[in-house]
Write a new protein. Structure first.
Length: 139
C-alpha cells in the first residue's frame, strides 16, 4: 500500500487550493481554511479561531490516516493533501508526527504566485508581506 501525505505550502493567493484540486484524483484534501466555512458555505475568517482550526485540520488528517490504516475504507493507495501556508517549518511538525505514527511518506511542495493571482479570502497585502518575510525553506 502506498501512503503519502503531501503538504502544499505558499503564501495566501499563491494557488495552493487550485493545485490541491488539480492533484485530487480521488485523493483526500483538507485545509485549515475549511474550518472557517460556516453551515451556509460562507468563509468567515476570525484570527481568534486560527489555533483551534489548525488543530481541527490536524485532527481531520489523523482521522483520515486512522481510517485507512484500520481498513475502514477500501483504497489501493492513500494520499492526503493538506494545503496551508506553512510559512515556518515548525507549522508542519504535527503532520510529520502523524506521518511517522501511521507510516506515511511526507512530500512538501512550495506553490509560488508567479501567475499574479489574487487571494480568494481577501487577505490584506501587509499580511501576505509578513508571510513572505517569515517563509522558511529547508533544502
Amino acid at each position: 500500500m502506498v501512503k503519502n501525505l503531501i503538504l502544499l505550502r505558499g503564501v495566501s493567493g499563491s494557488g495552493k487550493s487550485t493545485i490541491a484540486k488539480l492533484f485530487s484524483f480521488g485523493n483526500r484534501i483538507v485545509s485549515t481554511d475549511d474550518f472557517f466555512i460556516d453551515k451556509d458555505g460562507n468563509y468567515t475568517f476570525d484570527s481568534n479561531d486560527l489555533k483551534v482550526n489548525h488543530e481541527k485540520c490536524q485532527y481531520a488528517v489523523k482521522l483520515m490516516m486512522e481510517e485507512f490504516v484500520n481498513g475502514d475504507i477500501d483504497l489501493t493507495q492513500d494520499t492526503i493533501i493538506v494545503h496551508n501556508t506553512f510559512t515556518a517549518n515548525w507549522e508542519m511538525d504535527a503532520y510529520f508526527d502523524l506521518a511517522r505514527k501511521y507510516g506515511y511518506a511526507v512530500h512538501t511542495m512550495i506553490v509560488e504566485n508567479r501567475h499574479g493571482s489574487k487571494n480568494v479570502h481577501d487577505v490584506p497585502q501587509d499580511v501576505i508581506k509578513a508571510q513572505i518575510e517569515r517563509f522558511s525553506i529547508t533544502l
